[in-house]
Ligand binder design. Structure first.
Ligand code: DGL
Length: 259
């Protein structure tokens, strides 16, 4: 079984990519909804949550764990690997490398939570893979919570997103990295703002390919278990709301877990 977790619903975008590449695998998704968002929390808190969740997923029998959250990955993936040395762990990091390799204008932007935007790991990623490219790191406080609220993408929120995107496009940015897994669900409002001028970079499919490389075929009964640290029914309800109908058909009764 593959364990996938995030602070909330954002990692469902990664789970969806994994389920498409491994249609027979058994999957367990845990949303830490009692503590979402992570993006405005201190490093020590995020690391504590990641270790507790990792231990729980290992105890549930997961043979591979996916940290489907950029914030948790940049903050704590090393601590988790040290804590669970016997389990392969796949993380999600902003797609700085593919963006830097494909940009024509040599200007890229990374949209991320405050924690990811300020992280040493993102600075290292940029130094290693985008040294010859101008990189604008754009913290987007509140965006993950907006997705989490399952609110319609209202005019007011659209205007907030447009205010962040317009200056990037005006400055010649042609690759915009979705550096938070929640932002995949904002694609319908970002795409029209950048059409013909820039492309979004999302690494969910690349993460799923890495899961296949490390985990093999992972054949099971194609089951999907949902767990949440608060409001588990709402996690199940989020699947159709976020357009994830194939996952919604696979999921079984969600469970509350206290960690
Ligand atoms: N989905 C997460 C990420 O990729 C975290 C969002 C949050 O909890 O602030 O960064």
């Amino acid at each position: 079984m593959i364990g996938v977790f995030d602070s909330g619903y954002g990692g469902l975008s990664v789970l969806d990519a994994i389920a498409r590449q491994l249609p027979r695998a058994d999957l367990l998704y845990l949303a830490d909804t009692a503590h979402v968002p992570y993006g405005d929390k201190p490093e020590g808190f995020i690391t504590g949550r990641v270790l507790a969740i990792g231990e729980h997923l290992a105890a549930q029998g997961c043979s591979l764990i996916v940290v489907a959250c950029n914030t948790a990955t940049t903050t704590a993936i090393q601590a988790l690997r040290d804590h669970l040395p016997g389990i392969p762990i796949v993380g999600v990091e902003p797609g700085v490398k593919p963006a830097a390799q494909s940009t024509r204008t040599k200007r890229i932007a990374v949209l991320a939570t405050e924690a990811t935007a300020q992280s040493r790991r993102l600075a290292q990623l940029i130094a290693s893979h985008a040294a010859n490219v101008a990189v604008e790191v754009v913290p987007c406080p509140g965006w993950a919570s907006h997705v989490e609220a399952l609110r319609p993408l209202t005019g007011e929120f659209r205007a907030e997103v447009a205010a962040k995107i317009a200056p990037l496009i005006a400055s010649g940015v042609d690759r915009i990295v979705l550096g938070c897994t929640h932002y995949a669900f904002l694609t319908p409002i970002i795409e029209p703002l950048i059409a013909g001028r820039a492309e979004l970079v999302d690494v969910a499919d690349a993460v799923a390919r890495q899961v296949v490389r490390l985990g093999g075929a992972m054949s099971g009964r194609a089951e999907l278990w949902l767990q949440a640290t608060a409001k588990p029914q709402r996690l199940q309800y989020s699947l159709p709301m976020l357009g994830l109908t194939a996952l919604a058909e696979r999921s079984v009764t969600p469970q509350l877990v206290r960690l």
